[in-house]
Design a protein around this ligand. Structure first.
Ligand code: ARG
Length: 408
């Protein structure tokens, strides 16, 4: 290694999931790059407990210094709730994988800082979005970081990795049995790979773990009330609990009704179109309820302009530009609108569908007395003049056309 920082330190921090890509980085860091010590960090954002345990076991077997960081509450409060406030969505996907990456990067940097390490490694390929998100995240928090991406830098393929792992004694039995590439956290579960790479291959039932099929979904509809305070969920059916616990409860509840299966063609940052499947029960329901409440309390111009702001916010979130000042600018507007997004939304969960059935708020810009068919508080006669002059310029244009069409 030529880089002075690396030579001085001899330690590298690997952002570790326990999967094949990140596991082969362990011998690679030691043998190809000459690091004396590999530190592995797994950030718990709500992936399966067995995945966390597996990462710990593999780290132990491969003698790294291992850390598991529980970031579940922080993930929901600081990453998913802002996504709700921004109606966070990219091409129909609530961005569960996307918004977890900056947090994973930030936690890795926190550990590195404590240990005085400034060299990092990750297992992202050169085809995906995560390389952008992880590297931007690390460099935002530690500008002088040295970052290795062996899978990308050496154009590795899965079969090459398997062979290398077997040669180096990296435990990969679980990876060999895996057909699908899964990424999971409390906001959603992403499923890629295998035959899902064929865009016209119908997703087989076995890829789903959190959501029941329509056939097996609960036979009876369930009603649910979500309370929001400042655009953020605070209680389910009148019961307040912690952010992560609200999401976990709703994942179970909505999953039981088969809600939140998403199958899309997605445009990755590189320009690659890929076929993605997601299971996002809680996020689907929270996002729908939040929008319903905004529609009750925000003005029509706020709603129209906020849709543009939300879209800009979502693009930044998808790209992992979590610490871009543009995001702060957009959030200044978003936060200002969310002060009034407080109230209750009632929903019905049934056979793959979530339907809004009611909404209330002290900030509702709604008056039954004004809108009703049965009242005269809003004096219809006063509309006559406003209606008469509506579209004045367009009407004038129409008259001009009659006269001068031939000149155009
Ligand atoms: N395409 C999604 C994103 O970029 C999810 C990628 C999930 N990764 C996986 N291994 N399934 O946010």
């Amino acid at each position: 290694m030529k880089n002075k920082d690396v030579l001085n330190n001899q330690k590298v921090l690997l952002v570790y999931s326990g999967g094949l890509d990140t596991s082969i980085c362990i011998p690679w860091m030691r043998e190809e790059l000459g690091y004396k010590e590999v530190i592995t960090v797994t950030v718990d954002v709500g992936q399966e407990k067995s995945d966390i345990a597996q990462a710990e076991e593999k780290a132990k077997a491969m003698k790294t210094t291992h850390f598991t960081v529980d970031a579940k509450e922080e993930f929901i409060e600081k990453y998913c709730w802002p996504a709700v406030q921004a109606n966070g969505d990219y091409q129909g996907y609530p961005m569960s994988t996307s918004i977890a990456r900056p947090l994973i990067a930030a936690k890795a940097v926190e550990v590195a800082e404590k240990l005085g390490v400034n060299a990092f490694a990750h297992g992202c390929t050169g085809k995906g979005n995560d390389q952008y998100r992880i590297e931007f995240g690390i460099r935002s928090k530690m500008p002088n970081a040295v970052i290795h991406a062996p899978i990308r830098e050496h154009n590795m393929t899965r079969s090459w990795e398997i062979e290398y792992a077997q040669k180096k004694g990296v435990p990969i039995q679980q990876s060999l049995n895996k057909i699908w590439s899964i990424d999971e956290n409390l906001w959603g579960r992403s499923i890629e790979g295998g035959r899902l790479e064929e865009p016209d291959f119908a997703p087989p039932e076995e890829i789903f773990q959190w959501t029941k099929s329509i056939d097996n979904a609960a036979a009876k509809a369930e009603t649910l009330t979500i309370r929001f305070k400042n655009g953020v969920p605070v209680a389910l059916n009148d019961k307040a609990s912690s952010p992560a616990s609200l999401v976990m409860q709703l994942n179970t509840m909505a999953g039981n009704h088969g809600i939140g299966r998403i199958d899309v063609m997605e445009d990755r940052m590189m320009g690659l179109k890929v076929r993605e499947n997601y299971e996002c029960p809680a996020s689907t329901v929270f996002l729908k309820a939040h929008k319903a409440l905004e529609n009750l309390v925000l003005t029509r111009d706020e709603i129209r302009f906020k849709a543009l702001v939300d879209q800009e916010w979502s693009k930044l979130a998808y790209e992992g530009l979590w610490w871009d000042p543009y995001k702060d600018d957009l959030e200044a507007f978003i936060q200002s609108t969310q002060k009034r997004v407080t109230g209750d939304v009632s929903l019905r969960l049934y056979k793959g569908q979530v339907t809004v059935t009611g909404r209330t708020s002290t900030w509702a810009l709604y008056s039954e007395d004004l809108a009703s068919f049965d009242t005269t508080t809003f004096d219809q006669r006063e509309s006559t003049g406003a209606v008469k002059n509506f579209g004045l310029q367009a009407r004038m244009f129409g008259q001009l056309l009659k006269k001068h069409q031939k000149d155009l």
